[in-house]
Design a protein around this ligand. Structure first.
Ligand code: BGC
Length: 363
């Protein structure tokens, strides 16, 4: 425990902490909410290092899995206490959750950041508080921003790979299925479903998927690009309305995650696709969530890219335990498969998943 706090302050915190803490009372996150609720708990007791984790949205499928893993790792190991809070996809809520964690005197702040315009400010504040900052599953600080403070880390998947995996799956399908060009214009006409605006994964997955098609010499045309915030329902609604206007022009759907791909598939089914072999239309996504994998198996989702939430959650926890022991972050010290350590970055690799290797999606 880095800073001793007065019990009075901790008690005041307990009264104000409604946005913080876990929703699942059986998980270690509930330890989080009870630490928050009691105020005088571990974060103020000096017994155990404490990590405050700001997840952007507890309701996000991928994030829920990563959160579970991190909380389970903490509960099983017991070295570092993990408490967490839901930013509810709202920058102001994230800021208030971060402030609450600082007030509690956390040692580590793990930030699934959505305030991408404020990375330098966030680092400045972390430095003032002398807290180790771990940016997780979010945009990386720039080199200049890393240089501001030596206790900054970044743990995330290599988004470029996921974009390329989606694009290459479409290249293969296009080359093997001339009928994919439904309106016969010689171009691959696509709908692009974007996640959160400005999120690195959104930008890179969309651009690299298109780049793979361009690299293969395939001409593309965007029927519509639309922000669906990684949400299934948004994607379903938006694809339904695009299909009403341009059903005959769509050759494929590129979705920046599986939840949106699954929403698109629902809308496509409602519009008459996937009824038989002739009404198949390729949809690609990212994550290999349980439902995404089911869709690969049932033949609706063409391809996804395994974005491993277990590796994410475990990497974050392992990193904190290493630092807690005064060890450096190196590939060897981290000892995790499927990741590459570069300086203060832990880069998690994707695996392309199709019907041919669906068993590789296990985690
Ligand atoms: C995942 C998405 C998730 C997003 C949240 C991405 O890496 O692929 O499914 O919604 O992170 O930040």
């Amino acid at each position: 425990m880095k800073k001793a706090l007065s019990l009075v302050l901790a008690f005041a915190m307990a009264l104000s902490l409604v946005a913080c803490g876990g929703s699942d009372s059986s998980s270690a996150a509930a330890g989080g909410s009870s630490a928050a609720a009691s105020g005088s708990g571990a974060a103020a007791s000096g017994e155990q290092p404490v990590a405050g984790v700001c997840w952007y949205n507890f309701g996000d499928t991928f994030i829920a899995n990563a959160r579970n893993t991190l909380n389970e790792a903490a509960a099983a190991d017991g070295t570092i206490k993990v408490i967490d809070a839901d930013s509810q996809n709202d920058v102001a809520t994230q800021t208030s959750n971060m402030n609450n964690f600082y007030t509690q005197g956390v040692d580590y702040l793990v930030l699934n950041n959505i305030n991408n315009n404020a990375i330098a400010e966030i680092i400045e504040r972390g430095k003032e508080e002398d807290v180790t900052l771990i940016f997780a599953n979010t945009n990386s600080p720039t080199d200049e921003e890393f240089a501001m403070y030596d206790k900054v880390y970044h743990v995330s998947s290599v988004a470029t790979q996921s974009g390329t995996i989606m694009g290459e799956a479409l290249v293969k399908y296009w080359n093997e299925h001339p009928e994919m060009d439904r309106n016969g214009n010689g171009k691959l006409d696509y709908i692009m479903l974007l996640g959160i605006q400005g999120h690195y994964d959104t930008e890179v997955r969309s651009s690299y998927s298109l780049q793979a098609l361009a690299d293969a010499g395939i001409e593309t045309e965007c029927v519509q690009e639309t922000i669906c915030n990684y949400q299934r329902a948004d994607a379903q609604n938006q694809v339904a309305s695009i299909l009403q206007a341009r059903k005959d022009d769509v050759d494929a759907v590129i979705a920046c995650n599986d939840d949106m791909a699954l929403g698109a598939i629902e809308a496509l089914k409602a519009a008459g696709f996937f009824a038989d072999e002739d009404s198949y239309i390729p949809v690609v996504g990212v994550d290999a969530t349980a439902n995404g994998v089911e869709a690969i198996k049932d033949g609706t989702l063409l391809c996804t890219a395994l974005n491993n939430p277990v590796i994410l959650g475990n990497s974050v926890y392992k990193l904190m335990t290493l630092l807690n022991e005064g060890k450096e972050l190196t590939q060897e010290n981290l000892g995790m498969d499927g990741v590459t350590v570069e300086g203060h970055h832990i880069n998690i690799n994707y695996i392309g998943i199709t019907a041919d290797n669906v068993e590789d999606a296990a985690y």
